[in-house]
Ligand binder design. Structure first.
Ligand code: NAP
Length: 485
């Protein structure tokens, strides 16, 4: 049962949301509120059989959807965008109930999701080909772009609305059809968005939703079913590797948005107040459960103590609690495993000489709340500096040498996001160019936008989402050569 909904029946009975394009399974999937442990809803728990049925529907629907004009596809995306805006408050309430994030953050996520739909409703009209100067007079050479086909998509729990929109709106704009499996912990907001997609007028079989607790079986089917031409996945690097292996037999295309280990560097010439602001956002937004969370904070010696003092002061002021409560900045962690991970990172750091400057403990026994925590005296040998924590823990590393810190920042298998604060123009350019990351925030702690290409290098992923590049990832290039002209 989800309280706080203005129109509880809007999406159909919320505790048994139908998955569009598939039939109800016999087994059920329980969705819990991480703030209270309360059961919010029971959904049909689907498996391989339902996944195959959804793939078949998407396969049958795809040529028809690709045959729509770009303007017609754009119109349906616009209508979906408008429905999401109209129902933003309810979508945000569902999101907070199943994921825990503060309601204000949930509203901002719904706006972000809607912004992707708007962007790709516009971008659907901007698919261009090329003509090429032929090397002989009797030939004409050109390139056209066509949709890849059926796309299998898998999304995580940390941004359960915006990841769905960011992934499927470019696919739909390009003329692909999709089968989506949202995370087991947060399927409700995806279900509500799909109910609105249905109202927007996508033809039968274009968008298909699978609720499943057996992610491995559903994932394997999506990767190995020959009717699926591409897999688009957001989640951990470990599962990304597995899916890539499963796709290799058919040389299936993949887009992978994976884990990160973002460095956040504050140089001596930075505006310290701005850097503290940026670090608070980049670290504690969504309780630190974002792939672009600042995972390691490097602060240069000359400003280290001032930064730590101000940062700790701000971290102490953050209010932790139920996402529906007024004034809450940080909600619960997604589950008990997440609590255990953050505790193990703290224990390892303290055993190796790190100091807890604030926080460090669970809050209460109900739910999965954790204090915003700051560690100082952190070194690169500690687990917290090497692995993604995915929690409200800020490890601060003091550094002296500006060249060395860039080498340390790059010393990771990940390459998603990095941040730094500096004012010297030459340093800004050189550091921005030297950081081996797909995205670099310069004097800002927040950079995600539908207008920009989001994605990582190294083991943080393949492909980009957002911007015109996001659309290209769902298009194939076909070269036409006309002879005898
Ligand atoms: P995860 O365990 O990899 O799960 C992500 C999705 O994959 C979920 O839907 C999950 O389903 C599914 N999954 C799990 N095992 C699978 C399998 N064997 N085959 C197919 N699908 C499978 O990641 P998470 O813990 O939910 O999300 C956190 C991770 O995502 C972090 O590493 C974070 O950095 C990354 N992330 C990256 C981005 C980005 O844009 N680069 C954005 C957000 C998050 P179940 O829920 O049923 O297990």
């Amino acid at each position: 049962m989800i309280r706080h909904l203005r129109s509880p029946d809007l999406f159909g009975p919320i505790d048994r949301l139908p998955a569009l394009g598939t039939r109800m399974g016999e087994r059920t999937l329980e969705v819990l509120n991480p703030s209270t442990g309360e059961v919010l809803a029971e959904l049909p728990d689907m498996g391989v059989e339902e996944t195959c049925a959804a793939i078949d529907k998407a396969y049958v629907a795809q040529p028809g959807w690709a045959g729509f004009t770009a303007r017609e596809r754009s119109d349906v995306l616009w209508r979906w965008h408008q429905l999401i805006i109209d129902h933003a408050d309810d979508l945000a309430a569902i999101l907070t109930a199943e994921m825990g994030k503060p309601l204000a953050e949930a509203k901002s996520e719904i706006s972000h999701a809607a912004a992707y739909l708007q962007w790709y409703a516009e971008e659907a009209n901007r698919v261009y080909g090329e003509t090429v100067s032929a090397p002989s007079a009797d030939r004409r050479m050109l390139v056209i772009k066509q949709p890849i086909g059926v796309v299998g998509t898998i999304t995580p729990w940390n941004f359960p609305a915006s990841m769905v929109a960011r992934k499927i709106s470019p696919a739909l704009a390009a003329g692909c059809t999709i089968v989506l499996k949202p995370a087991e912990q947060t399927p409700l907001v995806a279900g509500a968005m799909f109910a609105l997609a249905h109202q927007a007028g996508f033809p039968e079989g274009v968008v298909n939703l699978i609720y499943a607790s057996e992610a491995d079986a559903v994932g394997r089917e999506l990767c190995t079913n020959p009717k699926v031409r591409k897999i688009s996945f957001t989640g951990s690097t470990e599962i990304g590797r597995l899916l890539m292996r499963q796709c290799s037999a058919q040389i299936k295309k993949v887009s992978l948005e994976l884990g990160g280990n973002a460095p956040f560097i504050v140089f001596d010439d930075a505006d310290i107040d701005a850097a503290v602001d940026g670090a608070i956002q980049a670290k504690y937004r969504n309780a630190g459960q974002t792939c672009v969370s600042a995972n390691r904070l490097y602060v240069q010696s000359g400003v280290h103590d001032e930064f730590v003092e101000k940062f700790v002061e701000r971290a102490r002021q953050l209010q932790v609690g139920d996402g529906f409560a007024r004034g809450v900045d940080i909600g619960p962690l997604i589950d008990k495993k997440a609590l255990a991970k953050i505790e193990s990172h703290i224990a390892d750091a303290v055993a190796k000489g790190g100091a807890i400057r604030c926080g460090g403990k669970r809050i209460g026994t109900n739910g999965t709340f954790f204090q915003p925590t700051v560690l100082t005296g952190v070194t690169s040998e500690m687990t917290v500096a090497r692995e993604e924590t995915f929690g409200p823990l800020a490890p601060i590393i003091r550094f002296k040498d500006a060249d060395q810190v860039v080498r340390d920042a790059n010393e990771t298998i990940y390459g998603l996001a990095a941040y730094f604060y500096a004012s010297n123009l030459k340093r800004v350019w050189r550091v921005a160019e030297s950081l081996e990351y797909g995205m670099v925030g310069v004097n800002t702690g927040r950079m995600s936008s539908e207008a920009a290409p989001f994605g990582g290098i190294k083991q943080s992923g393949i492909g980009r989402e957002g911007s015109r590049h996001g659309l290209e990832d769902y298009l194939e290039m076909k070269y036409l050569c006309m002879g005898g002209i």
